[in-house]
Design a protein around this ligand. Structure first.
Ligand code: SF4
Length: 351
C-alpha cells in the first residue's frame, strides 16, 4: 500500500505530540499548544501565518514540517441543498466528502481511506481496492474545507465515506482526538460517528479506548449466508461474533450502537428478515437505520421507497427502534465512491 507523501505533517499531530516536538526542538511545550491553536482554531494554511511564533522558530519549522494542502477538484450540488466534493491531496489521491444541512446543524460525511479493500458488492468505493490510508490531517482537511465552503462551523462528522475507518484505526483515533480538542476546532465528543462494515475485533479495541464515539455498524442482512453474499468481511467475522462485539461496545461505553440496513428489494426485505433484524437489534439495544439503496452494481436493484416504508412499518409494529433515512443528494450520485469513480475511470479527468 502507498503511504501519504506528506512527511512531518503538522496537521496530523495531536496537541500532546506537538508539545513533544517543541521540546525536542529545545522550545517550551506551550509553543506546541500555540501551534495547535493556529492550525485548528485559526486554521492557518502556512507556517508563516503563525504570527506570534518567533521568526527563527517559523523558519526552522518550515524546513522540517509541512501543512498538507487539500484541493477541491470537483463539486456537485443537489437540489435538496446537499453537496458532494471531490478532494485531491498532494500525491493526486482523491476522495469524496459530502456536506448535508439539517435543522440541527451541518453534517459532513468524510472519507478515511483512498479506496477500500472490504469489497462490499453494493459500493462504488470498493472498485479498484485500497490505494492508501488517509492521515488524520487529510481527514481534518475535508472538514475544514466543508466548513469554509458553507461558511459555518460543522456540528456533526460521520466517517462513512470512502474507506473502512477501523481499517485505519490509529489515524482515525488521532483524528478524533484532534477534532474534539477544545483548544482546536472543538467538535463535541458526541458529534463524531464511525461507521464500520463489521470488523468485530476492532470494535472491541475501539470500546477499550473509551472515547465514547458513536458507532454505526453496517449489517445489511441477518444471516451469515446473506451477509457473505454481499459483504466479504462477513467471511472473517460471523454474525454472532459481530453481535457480541456490539454488545461489548454498548456495555463498555454506554453508547447505543446503530445498525445500518440497506433495504435491497427481494433480498433482505421480507417478514423473516424483519424478525431477524428485530431480534438482533433487541440483543444489542440498537437503533435501526434503514437505508434506501442507490445501487452501482448490476443485479442490485434500487430501493423502492414505498417498499422500504412498508418494511419500516413492519419493524415499528413489532416494537423496533427504527428510522428510514431520507435520501439526500440522489441527483448527485449520493452513493459513496460514485463521483470518485468517474474521475478514476476517465483517467483523472472529470467531464
Ligand atoms: S461500504 Fe464501506 S467498507 Fe464496504 S466497500 Fe464501501 S467503503 Fe468499503
Amino acid at each position: 500500500m502507498v503511504e501519504s507523501n506528506c512527511k512531518n505533517d503538522l496537521l496530523s499531530m495531536t496537541k500532546g505530540r506537538l508539545k513533544e516536538v517543541m521540546k525536542d526542538m529545545g522550545c517550551l511545550p506551550y509553543r506546541g499548544e500555540q501551534i495547535f491553536s493556529f492550525l485548528h482554531r485559526n486554521r492557518v494554511k502556512n507556517i508563516n501565518e503563525m504570527s506570534s511564533l518567533p521568526r527563527d522558530l517559523r523558519e526552522r519549522l518550515s524546513k522540517e514540517f509541512d501543512i498538507p494542502k487539500a484541493l477541491v477538484i470537483d463539486a456537485l450540488h443537489s437540489e435538496d441543498g446537499s453537496s458532494k466534493y471531490l478532494t485531491a491531496f498532494s500525491d493526486g489521491q482523491a476522495v469524496e466528502t459530502v456536506v448535508m444541512d439539517y435543522r440541527f446543524g451541518t453534517s459532513v460525511c468524510i472519507s478515511t481511506q483512498a479506496g477500500c479493500r472490504m469489497g462490499c458488492s453494493f459500493c462504488a468505493s470498493s472498485k479498484g481496492g485500497l490505494n492508501r490510508n488517509l492521515t488524520p490531517g487529510e481527514m481534518l482537511s475535508q472538514i475544514y474545507l466543508a466548513s469554509e465552503m458553507r461558511g459555518r462551523k460543522i456540528s456533526n462528522v460521520v466517517l462513512m465515506g470512502t474507506g473502512e475507518p477501523l481499517d485505519n484505526f490509529c489515524n482515525v483515533l488521532s483524528f478524533y482526538d484532534i477534532i474534539t480538542d477544545k483548544s482546536g476546532y472543538g467538535l463535541s465528543n458526541r458529534g463524531v460517528t464511525i461507521s464500520t462494515c463489521g470488523l468485530a475485533d476492532k470494535i472491541r479495541m475501539l470500546a477499550d479506548e473509551k472515547r465514547g464515539i458513536t458507532l454505526s455498524v453496517s449489517l445489511h442482512a441477518v444471516t451469515d449466508e446473506k451477509r457473505r453474499a454481499i459483504m466479504p468481511v462477513a467471511k472473517k467475522y460471523p454474525l454472532e461474533e459481530l453481535v457480541d462485539s456490539c454488545i461489548y461496545y454498548y456495555k463498555t461505553t454506554s453508547r447505543r450502537v446503530t445498525l445500518e440496513y440497506a433495504v435491497i428489494p427481494g433480498f433482505n426485505d421480507d417478514l423473516e428478515d424483519a424478525a431477524g433484524l428485530l431480534s438482533i437489534s433487541k440483543r444489542i439495544s440498537a437503533h435501526i437505520n434503514l437505508i434506501p439503496v442507490n445501487s452501482v452494481e448490476k443485479g442490485i436493484p434500487n430501493t423502492d421507497r414505498k417498499n422500504a416504508e412498508r418494511f419500516c412499518d413492519e419493524l415499528n409494529l413489532r416494537g423496533a427502534n427504527v428510522t428510514l433515512r431520507r435520501t439526500l443528494g440522489a441527483d448527485i450520485m449520493a452513493s459513496c465512491g460514485q463521483l470518485r469513480n468517474t474521475v478514476i475511470t476517465s483517467g483523472g479527468k472529470k467531464e
